[in-house]
Design a protein around this ligand. Structure first.
Ligand code: HEM
Length: 350
């Protein structure tokens, strides 16, 4: 077992080879380590540096904190797909669908990069030019209202964790989950956050795609933040606080022990069913929007997203931009090509 390390340390000690920076130190005795270690440039996982980006998603923030994604928070959608699979065992087609949906609305399609946070350049409180372009903070295309731990865009900060909302997350987990976040808590908290937005945010919007993501995000902590060895759909508050408060894996965390999807949405939706809609300029004016996709028509989510959201952002693209849109729309569709939805080509097929 130990022959190889011994041989390479001997070769190294004899000056015949440099110890590689990527070589494992496992199996070396103290004597060899005393020779090797002084030659290594020791690096610790770096803390956040000025300019590093974190945003509204505790999952992606955590992956960036641990280097599964570039630590500066800027990544390509393919890096995001690889990271959510590697770090959390997100099922591949869900990862593709979510990552390319986000990239299409919030990323730079020509550089193939997006930021997991960053200032909004569309409707944010700061007018353009932005300090950092777009990113997942951009309101009303992917990011949306009634988040569990983030305030509504209307109130000024839609991306940082809000400590009052976090306290509510804890309180609900204690009251409805005996100290764990689970499907019962998720249903109560989802309802509560929607009712709060109806009662306080005159521009509250809960139409597709936010209608879906609001419920999907309620079950994500159960699918992905529960340690893979427990696998009991009960997220304890100490693990939850590691992810939500510190954007970090809890110590000794094991990812889910198989590919995971957004399972359990029905358990969150059914106790308090609501149709897509929003307030119409005043609080407490929630009005159903019959044009929005809902849970009875998944393909409308796809067609609305392409025909309304993407075409609204890119009405008449030409040249390289049109080609990049087509490439990314095609990847996006790969995430749902098993759902029986017909692919649409708003900018032609090439
Ligand atoms: C696959 C790529 C992903 C993208 C593009 C993405 C994007 C986002 C965005 C934009 C939000 C903010 C939505 C809002 O509340 O307004 C969000 C929230 C959230 N994400 Fe992700 N996410 C991804 C993967 C994940 C993963 C793998 C996890 C879990 C491990 C996760 C967990 C969450 C949770 C729990 C929230 C809700 C936060 C809250 O409501 O307070 N996400 N995500």
């Amino acid at each position: 077992m130990k022959i190889l390390p011994i041989l390479s340390s001997l070769a190294f000690a004899a000056g015949t080879s440099a110890f590689p920076a990527y070589g494992s130190l496992a199996g070396f005795g103290q004597e060899a380590l005393n020779i090797i270690i002084p030659t290594l440039l020791i690096r610790e996982p770096p803390p956040l540096r000025p300019g590093d980006i974190r945003g509204p998603c505790p999952g992606l923030n955590t992956l960036a904190s641990h280097g599964y994604l570039p630590r500066n928070g800027m990544a390509s959608p393919s890096q995001i797909v690889a990271a959510v699979q590697e770090g959390f065992n997100m099922e591949n087609s869900l990862a593709v669908f979510v990552a390319y949906a986000a990239h299409l609305v919030d990323g730079n399609l020509l550089t193939d990069l997006m930021s997991i946070g960053g200032k909004s350049h569309l409707t944010g409180p700061d007018p353009p030019p932005p300090a950092t372009a777009g990113g997942l903070n951009t309101h009303a295309v992917f990011e949306g209202d009634a988040s569990m731990t983030r305030g509504d865009f209307f109130f000024g900060n839609n991306h940082d964790l809000d400590t009052t909302l976090w306290d509510q997350f804890v309180d609900f987990s204690v009251r409805f989950g005996a100290g764990n976040y689970n499907f019962t808590v998720a249903a109560e908290l989802r309802h509560q956050r929607i009712q709060e937005s109806i009662a306080t945010n005159p521009s509250f919007s809960l139409v597709s795609p936010r209608y879906y993501t609001a419920f999907v995000e309620s079950v994500f902590p159960i699918a992905f933040f529960v340690d893979g060895r427990k696998n009991d759909s009960q997220l304890d508050l100490s693990a939850a606080s590691s992810f939500f408060l510190n954007n970090s894996f809890p110590p000794d965390f094991f990812r889910a022990n198989g590919p995971r999807t957004a399972k359990g949405i029905d358990q969150v939706f059914e106790p308090y069913p609501i149709l897509p809609g929003g307030n119409v300029g005043k609080i407490n004016t929630y009005t159903v929007d019959p044009t929005s996709a809902d849970f009875s028509n998944f393909c409308l989510l796809y067609t609305n997203f392409v025909n309304e959201t993407i075409r609204g952002l890119y009405p008449e693209p030409t040249g390289v931009l049109r080609r990049a849109l087509n490439t990314n729309l095609n990847y996006f569709y790969q995430g749902i090509n098993n759902s029986g939805c017909t692919q649409i080509f708003p900018y032609g097929k090439d």
